[in-house]
Design a protein around this ligand. Sequence first.
Ligand SMILES: [Zn+2]
Length: 215
Amino acid sequence: MTSRSAAKTASADGGRARITALTTLPGGRAHESVGTGPSRSALLWGRRRVLLLNATYEPLTAISLRRAIVLVLRERADVVHADDGGLAVHSADMSVPVPSVIRLRSFVKVPYRAVVPLTRAALMHRDRFRCGYCSAKATTIDHVLPRSRGGAHSWENCVACCASCNHRKADRLLSELGWSLRVQPGVPKGRHWRLLATVKEIDPAWAQYIDAGAA
Ligand SMILES: [Zn+2]
């Protein structure tokens, strides 16, 4: 699948490989449906992010699908988790499953950066998509001390929050509502959190690798 000639073909191809969907028929037989249209293909190329793991399985960063495919074709990385929907990338003479997680074959040393940027995706992952007040499914972010009352947009002052609690809390303090936090919010530890800051959505397939990196 990833022979040298195939890699050459793919790079000469200039990234014009097509993405098509592999759908499974009731009989369990995989069947390739071609002609999903350029718009869908372009959407996948542009939007999809792939989790890049170090050779040690430590999460490094999220990269574009195009870059991930190039790493796999050049035999620099292997697919460790393919797209659950059975999507595949086709070039002239080969087919690679669309990866959601890839792993480098050689270890790379990464400089440690202390600051973990606060983003919606990373915060949701820290709080496991649960409301900080009632543990229902979180869909919003709440500033514990409201911004209108001087609260900072920081890891220590932000929690994942369900729509209902967010609406009821509005600009009030916990002491005014008689509410309390399930867990005191804090800055997550571990460099893998940096990568979470670079993505909008976290692919569920990444969770096991991200959590392993936290240990
Ligand atoms: Zn809630």
